[in-house]
Design a protein around this ligand. Structure first.
Ligand SMILES: [Mn+2]
Length: 333
């Protein structure tokens, strides 16, 4: 079921992990967006060895609810003063395509291992470091492959729920899934006590506050549809829930949705594209990398979902993205 390259990766990861855990504590650090995939990956992987510890800057909404309701072990870190255990054997980073996506400075002088599934990668790794960058729909798929092979006893109900939740959210409730994603889902559902329908219902329980609903609606009101080269782009700005807003814009039939936000001296771009659009040649992750090359900052992601952040002002960042889109030729059907 698992490819030879992935098998080799799993073995390299196992020996990296075994060495690291024999030397000391190994924090598993999550991406700063705190989405369900990054948190689920970290929490699940931390069950494989007592020296592992899931931690990160932020828990997103779904992840927070899951961690609280399942009482899953996760330590919140501060970006001001991170206190690491005195003896570290290494550091694992899950679901982050670049150091900037972690939001904290990694401890110096220890081996780093990155587990990721983004199309872009800005990590500069040394000899003792390891990168597993798989073309899968969620990082939790990498973690489940590892646990299945080397720590099957860790795949408790809580762990499988964390992994499935990451897969469920990163695939947009399986709308962007592929064969491998469904296979992981079947693997995770195999075993007792996991009622899929009830689980989805729990994940979907909407917790949008009236003020967030207000900002989503204002974001929709401000949205502008433009043509950039061969592509339709609908763009707007919002102070919160940019990903959700971008998905709503795709729901209106936009080919590419772009939501920008400026806060505390930092601009953030969030983009989404329909499957139809990515099949015609748009790769948002690569576009966001080009934006970073053009105006600085950090950008990358997947073909249909990507982001950029940097110090450039909002309008200049938006224009840079829109200009990059115009350069992409539309593939004939
Ligand atoms: Mn992910």
């Amino acid at each position: 079921m698992i490819s030879p390259e992935h098998s080799a990766d799993i073995e390299s990861f196992h020996s990296w992990l075994t060495d690291a855990c024999s030397r000391g504590a190994v924090p598993i650090i999550t991406g700063k967006n705190g989405d369900m995939d990054t948190i689920g990956s970290a929490v699940a992987l931390s069950s494989a060895h007592p020296n592992l510890m899931a931690c990160g800057l932020h828990l997103g909404r779904t992840a927070k609810r899951m961690v609280e309701s399942l009482q899953a072990p996760f330590r919140k870190l501060s970006d001001q003063q991170t206190v690491w255990p005195p003896v570290l054997g290494g550091v694992i980073v899950v679901d982050a395509a670049a150091p900037g996506q972690v939001g904290i400075t990694l401890p110096a002088g220890v081996p780093v291992c990155v587990l990721d599934h983004h199309a872009t990668c800005d990590w500069q790794l040394g000899e003792k470091d390891l990168l597993l960058q798989w073309d899968v729909r969620a990082t939790t798929q990498i973690v489940d492959s590892y646990l299945t092979k080397h720590s099957p006893q860790s795949r408790s109900l809580v762990v499988r729920k964390m992994l499935l939740a990451g897969l469920l959210t990163d695939t947009g409730r399986f709308r962007h899934a592929d064969k491998g994603a469904f296979q992981t889902a079947v693997d995770l559902l195999t075993g007792e006590d996991l009622d899929y329908a009830a689980f989805v219902e729990y994940i979907e329980t909407d917790t949008t506050t009236p003020s967030e609903r207000g900002s989503l609606l204002r974001g929709l009101e401000r949205a502008k549809s433009i043509d950039s080269g061969a592509w339709n782009v609908v763009h707007t700005s919002s102070g919160t829930l940019e990903g959700r807003l971008a998905s709503l814009l795709i729901g209106t039939g936009a080919e590419i949705a772009l939501v920008s936000r400026f806060r505390d001296g930092e601009t953030r771009l969030t983009a989404r594209a329909s499957r139809h659009t990515t099949m015609k040649g748009i790769h948002l992750g690569e576009l966001m990398s080009s934006v970073a090359e053009q105006i600085g900052g950090e950008g990358g992601g997947h073909d249909g979902a990507a982001g950029w952040s940097g110090k450039t002002d909002r309008i200049a960042a938006e224009s840079s993205f829109i200009t990059q889109v115009a350069l992409i030729k539309r593939k004939d059907s």
